[in-house]
Design a protein around this ligand. Structure first.
Ligand code: HEM
Length: 270
């Protein structure tokens, strides 16, 4: 079950959370929001270049995702079979509601991002991450590797086949749009802040071993919640306020919050 907002904004100082909850990959990838799937298809049908990427050797991983789709009774379009990995990723992206990322361990044990179909990124570009190890990908996030990098890598290495775990990230956005690819230059938060035009953006994520017993399936699904509505709950308000109060300056900057932090603090006070 997805994390409640109250759990994502606990009454404690900000820190990166490595809180993971047992989950079910088939259930996570089940269609829950047909409108999101329809929108994903629209992005993939327009110019799919920003949303699909794979390394040269990603074919077997994509094939495993196709095997999972068949096992979960998720229908893939019946286009003629193709060996082109990008076309096969688009076909997968047109069938699943969440974003899909496929990783494989190198001989060093590091997990490398090999393939993905990501239509709803939170201000990052798949093309810049493909082929990179996870700690390099996470290098864009201030303090993350130093604080939970080792924990992430140990969790991923020990993850047992057949098991899946869920976690969530939060962000705050000036738009309820799902697709925040940097090339779209969506608006960022600026003063004066209107709580009716500000949204909490929750990325629900699943981590699961692929059928080969070593690769990883990482799925991302979004929840977009109006800030004003979230802050109506006193417990969330309190936790949110404390997170804003204790968010390190470099992280506030990474999350695009620096200019509006005083207003976020005022809105969530008391
Ligand atoms: C237990 C596993 C993981 C944890 C705890 C974790 C945690 C995080 C956190 C806290 C952020 C910053 C989000 C924010 O504050 O806005 C982040 C960003 C990100 N993570 Fe992870 N993550 C995990 C696994 C993964 C995996 C498997 C991938 C697959 C490639 C991934 C890709 C990313 C990307 C692309 C970003 C955005 C980086 C950017 O802005 O350039 N993460 N992650």
């Amino acid at each position: 079950m997805a994390f409640a907002l109250k759990e994502l904004f606990p009454d404690q100082d900000f820190r990166f959370q490595l809180t993971l909850r047992r989950s079910d990959a088939r259930e996570f990838f089940r269609l829950r929001n047909p409108a999101a799937l329809a929108e994903r298809r629209r992005w993939l049908d327009s110019d799919c270049t920003p949303y699909v990427a794979a390394t040269r050797d990603a074919g077997p991983l994509v094939e495993q995702m196709e095997t999972l789709a068949a096992a979960w009774n998720v229908p893939l379009s019946s286009e003629p079979p193709t060996t082109d990995v990008r076309s096969r990723l688009i076909r997968l992206g047109r069938a699943f509601e969440p974003d899909i990322l496929l990783l494989q361990p190198a001989s060093s044990g590091e997990f490398i991002l090999k393939a993905g179909v990501v239509c709803f990124p939170s201000w990052w570009a798949l093309a810049e991450k493909i082929g990179l190890p996870l700690d390099v990908i996470h290098g864009a996030v201030p303090r993350l590797n130093a604080s939970i990098g080792a924990g992430i890598s140990s969790f991923l290495t020990k993850l047992k086949p057949g098991l899946a775990y869920e976690r969530s990230n939060w962000g705050i956005a000036a738009t309820p749009e799902l697709n925040l690819h940097p090339s779209l230059s969506r608006p960022r938060l600026r003063p004066p802040l209107d709580p009716e035009k500000t949204w909490i953006r929750i990325e629900d994520q699943i981590l699961s071993r692929m059928p080969d017993g070593e690769s990883l399936l990482f799925g991302i699904d979004l929840r977009i919640i109006p800030l004003g509505q979230a802050l109506d709950d006193p417990a969330i308000r309190k936790g949110f306020h404390r997170a804003m109060l204790t968010l390190p300056a470099d992280l506030a900057d990474y999350k695009g919050l620096t200019l509006v932090l005083p207003e976020l603090l005022r809105l969530s006070a008391g």
